[in-house]
Design a protein. Structure first.
Length: 569
């Protein structure tokens, strides 16, 4: 089929920063060890604000730029000797075609752990093995007449212990206690165990009734004496600015092994050294008027009595292969394949005005497209049975919403659809994904949302691509918009995500719109909830809080046409 061949050709034509790379060390971490670390550079572009620190600040809108000559270098101090296992270089257009990544114990003698003479720029995600306190990018050939310039330089480190044992996660699913915990409408069942379950969508919080005071604490019983080497804290906005990490043999007499007086919240990783069966975070100063709350409290080291954590889904291998699709090549009027899709029936969310019917508004057009048709009802309520949620039996508009939940879902891969959107004011077509656990008790936005395409009829030239999670949702979601200078509804467009354990890249018609890095989100916005199965949704909404209602200029019916949906892994 011609469309399939064209799409497959894109797989080889595009450089995709989040596709799988050669295997790393089994215990390579995902956190960005370079984030806000001390950094120096060989030079800075004369008269520019593009300093070395801008390449490690977690801000994709700031960059380092060198003088216009070769060679150049950027050096990061990790603070202590670390096993280094990967890096991501997000280049500005002025990239290096030849460069080396190097490690050093003292910042003077360097060992090359990766090198290339065919650098392509863009986002380069590379894997290697090395050890050192310092990591240096050493460039030897520029791609342009300008210097070399990086938006971000991220470094991943291993979790291996020094000789004497292999560091592993000790705290997963172990007994936990706390000074108090919250269990009310704002945070139901937010027990200390929720910080140890490796579920970034659940959290522990101190009680609103008795726990919004200083001090507070959370403690874990590792089951046996352990040598503790690392502690990871993923904070809710209610974080501690002052706290101590402590160990104990008995759970009653505590030894402080690390103290913090200027806690920054978000994700914090501490290299520590201590011995004990119990590990406690003793919280002494709140960041605001509320209590303390942690999405994750992780303890690493040797010994203890660890419970093996659930296996993580593997990253997509290369080359990718088509694992699921719907091409919609059926006779006109055919309803959606019930083996792949089910209709969601009802009024929808977000103050939308349509009623989603049981496939009355979804059918193929005989030209290879699925139609999701939004209609104005001549007699309001004539096509609307009583909605079991709202109790309403009337509606002014009807439309379609199809989901793969219960039929198919995926963790990681390339997910794409070729779509011709509906248009005019008040229409809101979308191609998106939700975490399966939204049907298993995890509320939105903790369940996670990946918006591969949202289009507003009142903004005909733009399309949005966004993620939503527990601490970044609604207007605070993380994403970007692409303006193509003409109405999206005038032609089909390819909307796509490339997604793995390190992040998500969004694109439209082969043009990258935004690349979202997991480690950066954890360190600057909140927990990452995208390492689990998600299902696909297609819908053509009418009205709602964001697009606003139709008006006198709105034309009905409005068709959203879907040429195909494909998943590659």
């Amino acid at each position: 089929m011609k469309r399939l061949i064209t799409s497959l050709a894109l797989l080889g034509a595009l450089v995709v920063p989040v596709t799988a790379q050669p295997a790393r060390a089994a215990e390579c971490g995902t956190a960005n060890a370079a984030l806000n670390a001390p950094v120096t550079a060989s030079s800075v572009e004369t008269g520019s604000p593009f300093t070395a620190a801008s390449a490690v600040d977690g801000n994709a809108g700031t960059r380092w730029s060198s003088a216009f000559s070769d060679p150049q270098w950027l050096r990061v101090d990790l603070g202590a000797s670390r096993e280094v296992c990967g890096a991501t270089l997000t280049w500005e257009a002025a990239h290096a075609t030849a460069f080396q990544l190097q490690t050093s114990a003292d910042g003077t003698a360097w060992t090359t752990v990766y090198q290339t003479t065919t650098g392509t720029g863009g986002v380069q995600d590379v894997a290697f093995t090395g050890t050192g306190r310092y990591v240096r990018l050493h460039t030897t050939a520029r791609a342009t007449q300008y210097g070399v310039s990086l938006w971000e330089f991220a470094i991943r480190t291993g979790t291996g212990n020094p000789p004497g044992g292999s560091e592993r996660l000790l705290s997963y699913d172990k007994p936990a206690t706390a000074s108090s915990f919250q269990d009310d409408g704002a945070c139901p069942g937010c027990t200390p165990a929720k910080a140890l379950d490796l579920n970034p969508a659940t959290r522990w919080a101190t009680s609103a009734t008795t726990g919004w005071v200083d001090p507070g604490w959370i403690s874990v019983d590792l089951g046996a004496t352990a040598q503790v080497s690392k502690v990871v804290l993923q904070w809710d906005p209610a974080f501690a600015t002052g706290f101590e990490i402590q160990t104990s043999a008995t759970g009653s007499s505590w030894t402080t092994i690390h103290a913090v007086t200027n806690g920054t919240g978000f994700k914090q990783t501490f290299t520590v050294s201590g011995t004990g069966r119990y590990v406690r975070v003793n919280l002494t100063k709140r960041s605001g008027q509320y209590g303390y709350s942690l999405w994750e409290f992780q303890v690493y080291g040797t010994g203890g009595n660890p419970t093996p954590p659930p296996a993580q889904a593997p990253d997509p291998g290369a080359p990718l292969r088509l694992v699921w699709s719907d091409e919609f090549n059926t006779p006109a009027g055919t309803k959606p394949d019930a083996g792949k899709w089910r209709p969601e029936v009802g009024t929808g969310q977000n103050a939308e005005l349509q009623y989603y019917t049981d496939n009355d508004n979804a059918f193929t057009d005989g030209a290879g497209n699925m139609v999701l048709e939004a209609r104005r009802q001549v007699t309001p309520g004539s096509a609307c049975p009583v909605d079991p949620v709202s109790g309403s039996g009337t509606c002014q508009y009807t439309s379609a919403r199809l989901i793969t939940e219960g039929r198919a879902s995926w963790t990681y891969g390339r997910i794409e659809a070729n779509i011709k959107v509906s248009g005019t004011k008040g229409l809101w077509p979308a191609f998106w994904m939700l975490g399966n656990d939204i049907f298993q008790g995890t509320p939105w936005p903790a369940s996670g949302e990946i918006d591969i395409m949202e289009h507003l009829g009142r903004e005909p030239n733009t399309a949005y691509q966004t993620i939503h999670g527990p601490a970044y949702y609604g207007g605070g979601g993380i994403g970007n918009v692409r303006d193509i200078g003409r109405d999206y509804r005038d032609a089909f467009h390819l909307f796509r995500v490339d997604w793995n354990s390190r992040g998500i890249m969004f694109s439209i018609d082969g043009v990258t719109v935004i690349t979202i890095d997991k480690a950066t989100v954890e360190a600057t916005r909140g927990p990452w909830v995208f390492d689990k199965p998600f299902f696909i949704l297609l819908n053509n909404a009418v009205g709602g809080d964001w697009p606003g209602p139709p008006d006198a200029t709105t034309v009905f019916p409005q068709r959203m046409l879907v040429d195909y949906v494909r998943v590659y892994q």
